[in-house]
Ligand binder design. Sequence first.
Ligand SMILES: C=Cc1c(C(=O)O)[nH]c(=O)[nH]c1=O
Length: 312
Amino acid sequence: TDLHTSIDKFQFDNVFMNASGVRCYTKGELDELAQSDAGTLVTKSATQAKRLGNPSPRYARLELGSINSMGLPNEGLEYYLDYALNFQKANPDKPIFLSVAGLSMEENLAMAHAIEDSDFNGLVEFNLSCPNVPGKPQTGYDFDRTQEVLTNLFSFFTKPAGVKLPPYFDLAQFDQMAAILNQFPLKFVNSINSLGNGLMIDPETDTALIKPKGGFGGIGGAYAKPIALANVRAFSQRLDPKIQLIGTGGVTNGRDAYDLILAGASLVQVGTLLQEEGPAAFTRLTRELRAVMQTKGYSAISDFKGQLKVLS
Ligand SMILES: C=Cc1c(C(=O)O)[nH]c(=O)[nH]c1=O
């Protein structure tokens, strides 16, 4: 069984990769991902300037996943662009993703210009869904703003790009968002980011588990699986076939990855599990997905990608 997959002209020898924000802040962490069984990697979402992010505790493991309000801590775009340029020289056949999360239209466009003018030859993920910067609404929940950002962006940006979306929970929102996304030369849509603004409580102290925003933070892990499946499936049914899906959310084993691929995902990102288990998780996930494929009689990702059946 072969876990080879592709997005646009980019080929990956394994369908798994990290979710942005997880074990991808420093060059050391990024190198560990590069040396793991993952097919590729994405950098922590960057802002122009380095950010320290929110006060700790800002991440907590939960019974069925995680809660985080990191607050977009990152080393700044130049750091990750520098990593990417060095990486592509040393690994010409392993395209990587650069994630960008500007806090304003101007910042997003300025970073996009910097990337456009660089020799970066991988894919850019514009993160429209960071839920944890106090006072900053998620762009992905504002349809007009999303339309405006993408219009301005693609008026000059020519490198391969996609967007990271928040979860949607209403079919009319899938329709509206897909109608916007179909207007642009996107190579991929990545669904979903964490379930924004959840809250969990420490049973000993009756206190919110994390400090920022009175304890409100993005929820990841198994809690997110049914929402991730629905978002990948809904966009797979609505987007122009030229726009491929990346599935993110709730992957704890090979079957979870198999399900995201059935829903339409061409790549599968791993967040909470990677945070908790480390890059060795990719070795286990690869083994488990191969086992599921063998059971089903499939030898390639393309044999079952998007082949979810429904009851008639
Ligand atoms: C880029 C900020 C994000 C963060 C963060 O840095 O708090 N956490 C998430 O779960 N998703 C994000 O997109």
